[in-house]
Design a protein around this ligand. Structure first.
Ligand code: ZN
Length: 128
């Protein structure tokens, strides 16, 4: 960061928020990384699909939150549903299953499984 030449002027410090303890701290002290998370679809790069970016106030909290996320089951249908949701909320709107398949990179049976999974979880009459 470039220092200000003006006397008495304060420098801007970017702040971060810890994903574990919610503490606010200077960005320079952040520990970041990715954890597996099947609800996370990247809007910019398919390589990051299924990965969630974590920011913590230190290495200790990163280790704790990483262990918590690793206990969460990775559900393939959840990731497909996240990709579908992303495609459906982007513009221009998706007009057909073929177009949805093209945008998400999913095959139609995968789309059908993802929709079934989504609807099962959204149903207010679910018995499980
Ligand atoms: Zn923390």
């Amino acid at each position: 960061m470039r220092k200000s030449k003006r006397k008495g002027r304060t420098e801007t410090v970017r702040l971060e928020l810890c994903d574990l303890c919610a503490a606010t701290f200077a960005e320079s002290g952040a520990v970041r990384g990715y954890v597996p998370h099947s609800s996370s679809a990247s809007s910019t790069n398919d390589w990051f699909d299924g990965l969630r970016r974590i920011t913590t106030c230190g290495a200790e909290h990163f280790t704790v939150i990483k262990a918590l996320y690793e206990q969460r089951p990775f559900v393939q249908e959840e990731l497909w549903a996240a990709k579908i949701t992303q495609a459906l909320t982007a513009s221009p709107p998706v007009l057909s299953i073929t177009e949805l398949a093209s945008r998400t990179g999913l095959h139609e049976p995968e789309i059908e499984r993802a929709i079934a999974w989504h609807n099962e979880r959204r149903s207010p009459r679910r018995m499980t």
